[in-house]
Design a protein. Structure first.
Length: 299
């Protein structure tokens, strides 16, 4: 019962923030990756504005290297909720010369998403982008406020965050500036999984154990795809794996697991000593990889 009360408080806080966004901003958008956190956000938005339609579109930044399961789930969810979907294409950013494709063994399009995101925000004049970032994910995430200010270049200054006292949120901005909004900042990974179980929210099949062709790179299991280059010492093998967090195929670490249900996943998370982003290969580029990307305009 205490845990249910805790989840109810987190839900109430997130819904309050979503309603504040709708009240304070003219052109908000919800960043949707197809991952569990953004799926929870859509569920919360549905609750916040029911019986009306969700009052802002969903924005997916498509790297072109996404898991097929995520794309299929995204399209089904959009139809189910009668939501408006906007897709920003990293491939189009590359083709237009706005972004340069990385080369080499560790090449990834994950960083290139920043260019595409900022271009889409500018094109549609979005003044608030709602994301599923949580403070427990990573040290740079922990520095974010609920209303996280971005300057006219889409950049974030962690030393210049606005105070948020007594649930008062300052959404004032100059022309060209925008905000990133994080309604589930205070949630933990366990909170998310327990909420998914409590609300019986559907997830992409990739979150549950399945057989997949994978290879191990520097201690991280990565899904193999035809566009990925292997080192001479790496070999592709079939393993039973699942995702804890979903992103671009090239950087999404997979977990060796036999969890076939939300109950199994909750038990697995309770026992693990590896953080959720501990398997994200993009975070291993440097100790400050996430903070550097966020300063440039990343999610």
């Amino acid at each position: 019962m205490l845990q249910l009360l805790h989840l109810a408080e987190l839900e109430s806080e997130a819904i309050f923030i979503l309603r504040e966004v709708a009240a304070q901003f003219e052109q908000p958008v919800l960043l949707f990756s197809g991952g569990k956190d953004s799926i929870v956000l859509v569920h919360l938005a549905k609750k916040a504005f029911w019986p009306a339609r969700i009052p802002f579109p969903l924005l997916h930044i498509d790297t072109g290297h996404n898991f097929e399961e995520t794309i299929h789930f995204r399209d089904d969810l959009v139809g189910k909720f009668n939501a408006r979907l906007i897709v920003g294409s990293v491939q189009e950013s590359i083709d237009s010369g706005r972004a340069v494709e990385e080369q080499g063994i560790n090449a990834s399009r994950n960083v290139l998403q920043t260019v595409t995101l900022l271009d889409v925000i500018e094109k549609y004049k979005f003044d608030a982008a709602i994301g599923g970032g949580r403070r427990d994910e990573e040290k740079a995430r922990a520095k974010e406020r609920f209303f996280s200010h971005r300057d006219e270049f889409g950049q974030w200054d962690p030393k210049n965050q606005r105070p948020e006292l007594w649930n008062l949120f300052n959404g004032k901005k100059r022309l060209g500036e925008n905000f990133r909004i994080f309604p589930i900042s205070n949630w933990t990974e366990m909170d998310v999984w327990q909420y998914l179980f409590q609300e019986q929210i559907e997830l992409p099949s990739i979150y549950f154990t399945h057989d997949r062709e994978v290879f191990n790179r520097d201690g991280v299991w990565l899904a193999w795809a035809p566009f990925m280059k292997l080192k001479p010492t790496e070999k592709v093998e079939v393993r039973k794996v699942r995702c804890r967090t979903v992103g671009d195929i090239t950087c999404t670490g997979l977990t060796l697991s036999t969890a076939n249900s939300l109950e199994d996943i909750i038990s697995e998370i309770a026992a693990t000593r590896v953080t959720e982003r501990g398997g994200r290969y993009d975070d291993k580029r440097s100790d400050a990889a996430m903070e550097d990307r966020k300063k440039e305009g990343y999610f």
